[in-house]
Design a protein around this ligand. Structure first.
Ligand code: NAD
Length: 438
C-alpha cells in the first residue's frame, strides 16, 4: 500500500515517518520548499525527540518528500495534515489550507483511494469535503473520505504516532465500508501489537472527538488555575490542593498543575474554533464555558507580569531573565507560547528581557525579533533582577540555586510552572514565588 501525507509540519512529518516505520511507501508533500529540502536530507525542520533517527532510517528508502503533488497520484491513502490556524479577526478556524490541499489533490485521486483527514477541523467540514470529492473526483473515480483525528503530543510525537492510546475512524455512512477497511489495514500492526482501542463512528462525531478532548484538557488546566487564583486570595497552596483532589480517581492528578497555563498551536485555537462553530450551529450556550477557560488561561500570563511589577516596582530599565520560550518542554514550538507572551508584555513595559530556551531560540527570534535573547542560562541570569521560570525543561529544574544566586543582581525567582525546588531556592537565599502558593 502506498501512502501520501499532505502537509509535513509537526503532525504530518512525524506521521509520514511513522507510516514508513509501519512498512508503507510514503510520499510527504508540502508547499514549503525549505521544509521539504530539510526532510529530504533526513533533517528535522523542527525539534522533536526520536524523530531524526526515524528519518535517517527511512528517507531514501520507502520515505520521500516533495513539493510536487503529482507524486501523490499513485497513493492508495492520502492523509491531509495541513494547518488549521485561527482566522485573523475571528475565533473560527481558517480552512484555507485544507481546501487548498484537497483542491490540489483532487485531479490525482484514483479509483478506490481514500482521503483521510487528520487536521483538526470544525464539525461539518468532513461531510462537505466528502460530498465535494464524490462530485468532483476525476473520471467518476470512486473515492472515499474518512476522518482520523490526531491526538499526538509534541515532545512525544513519535511514541504517540506509533503507539496511539486510541484510534478514531470517522467514516461516511453512505460509503460502503471501504474507508474503514483501508484504515484498519493501515493501522493493523499498531492495533495488533498494542491492542489499541478503535472507535469507528460517523464523520461529525470523529471531528468532535478531537475538539471535545482538547476542550476537556484545557478545562482541566484552567480549572486548577482558577483554584490557584482562589488560593492566592486565600493564602492557600494549590499544589497541595491538586495532590489532594487528584487522589480521587474520578478526578486524577494529571493536567492539574497550576502555572502559566496552556499555549501552543492546538489548545487555544481549538477551543476558540469550537466556540465559533457551536455559535454557527446555534449551540453557543453549550460551550460558553470555553470562553471563560480561555480567559482564565490568559489571566495567568498577566498575573506573572503583575507579580514582576509587585516585586520590582517601576519596570522600565529592569533586567529580567526568562527561562523558556517554547510552549512546552521537548519542543521548539513557540505558537501562542505563554513564556513569549509574558516576555513580550514585559518588554513592552520597558523591561530588558533576556530569554533562553534549549531548542526554541530560532523560532522565538523569528516571531519576536525585538526581544532580548541569551545564548545560555548563565548569560540570561547574569545581572537579572528577577528570574522567570516559564517552560519546564528538565535542565531548568536541575539548575543550582546557590550558583545562580551569585550571578543575579537580585535573587528573586518566579516559578511559573511550580516545579522548582522551593525549599532549595529559599535555602540559597532566594525569594521564591510560585503560582497559587503562599
Ligand atoms: P504546521 O503548521 O506545523 O504544519 C502544517 C503544514 O502544512 C506546513 O508545513 C505547511 O507548509 C503545510 N501546508 C499548508 N498548505 C499546504 C498545501 N496546500 N499542501 C501541502 N502542504 C501544505 O501545523 P501542525 O502543528 O502540523 O498541525 C496540522 C494540523 O494538525 C492542525 O489542524 C492541528 O490542529 C492538527 N494537530 C496538530 C497537533 C500538534 O501537536 N502539532 C496534534 C494534533 C492535531
Amino acid at each position: 500500500m502506498r501512502v501520501s501525507v499532505i502537509g509535513t509540519g509537526y503532525l504530518g512529518a512525524v506521521h509520514a515517518a511513522g507510516m514508513a516505520e509501519l512498512g508503507f511507501d510514503v510520499v510527504g508533500v508540502d508547499v514549503d520548499p525549505a521544509k521539504v529540502e530539510m526532510l529530504s536530507n533526513a533533517r528535522m525542520p523542527f525539534y522533536e525527540p526520536d524523530f531524526e533517527p526515524l528519518l535517517e532510517t527511512h528517507v531514501g528508502g520507502r520515505l520521500h518528500f516533495t513539493t510536487d503533488i503529482t507524486q501523490a497520484a499513485s497513493a492508495d491513502v492520502h492523509f491531509v495534515c495541513v494547518g488549521t490556524p485561527q482566522q485573523h479577526g475571528s475565533l473560527a478556524a481558517d480552512l484555507t489550507y485544507v481546501d487548498a490541499a484537497v483542491d490540489a489533490l483532487m485531479p490525482h485521486l484514483a479509483d478506490g483511494s481514500v482521503v483521510v483527514g487528520k487536521s483538526t477541523v470544525p464539525v461539518g467540514t468532513a461531510q462537505v469535503l466528502a460530498d465535494r470529492i464524490r462530485a468532483e473526483a476525476p473520471r467518476g473515480a470512486n473515492v472515499a473520505l474518512a476522518w482520523n483525528p490526531e491526538f499526538l503530543r509534541e515532545g512525544l510525537a513519535v511514541k504517540d504516532t506509533l503507539h496511539p492510546d486510541r484510534l478514531v475512524f470517522g467514516v461516511d455512512a453512505g460509503e460502503g465500508g471501504h474507508a474503514e477497511e483501508v484504515l484498519r489495514r493501515v493501522y493493523a500492526r499498531t492495533i495488533a501489537e498494542d491492542q489499541t482501542p478503535v472507535v469507528v463512528t460517523d464523520l461529525p462525531t470523529a471531528e468532535l472527538v478531537k475538539v471535545a478532548a482538547n476542550s476537556f484538557l484545557a478545562t482541566k488546566i484552567s480549572f486548577i488555575n482558577a483554584m490557584a487564583e482562589i488560593c492566592e486570595a486565600a493564602g492557600a497552596d494549590v499544589t497541595k490542593l491538586a495532590d489532594a483532589i487528584g487522589h480521587d480517581e474520578r478526578i486524577g492528578r494529571k493536567f492539574l498543575n497550576a502555572g502559566v497555563g496552556f499555549g501552543g498551536g492546538c489548545l487555544p485555537k481549538d477551543i476558540r474554533a469550537f466556540s465559533a462553530r457551536a455559535a454557527e450551529l446555534g449551540a453557543s450556550q453549550s460551550v460558553a464555558f470555553l470562553i471563560e477557560m480561555d480567559a482564565i488561561n490568559l489571566r495567568r500570563r498577566e498575573h506573572v507580569v503583575n507579580l514582576v511589577r509587585t516585586h520590582l516596582g517601576h519596570l522600565p530599565g529592569r533586567k529580567v531573565a526568562v527561562l523558556g520560550a517554547a510552549f512546552k518542554p521537548d519542543s521548539d514550538d513557540v505558537r501562542d507560547s505563554p513564556a513569549l507572551s509574558i516576555a513580550g508584555a514585559l518588554h513592552l513595559a520597558g523591561v530588558q528581557v533576556a530569554i533562553y530556551d534549549p531548542q526554541a531560540m530560532p523560532n522565538a527570534a523569528k516571531i519576536f525579533p525585538t526581544l532580548g535573547y541569551a545564548d545560555s542560562v548563565d548569560e540570561a541570569v547574569a545581572g537579572a533582577e528577577a528570574v522567570l521560570h516559564l517552560t519546564e525543561w528538565p535542565e531548568f529544574r536541575e539548575l543550582d540555586p546557590a550558583v545562580m544566586a551569585t550571578q543575579v543582581a537580585r535573587p528573586l525567582v518566579i516559578d511559573g510552572r511550580n516545579c522548582l525546588d522551593a525549599q532549595a531556592y529559599r535555602a540559597a537565599g532566594w525569594t521564591y514565588v510560585g503560582l497559587g502558593r503562599p
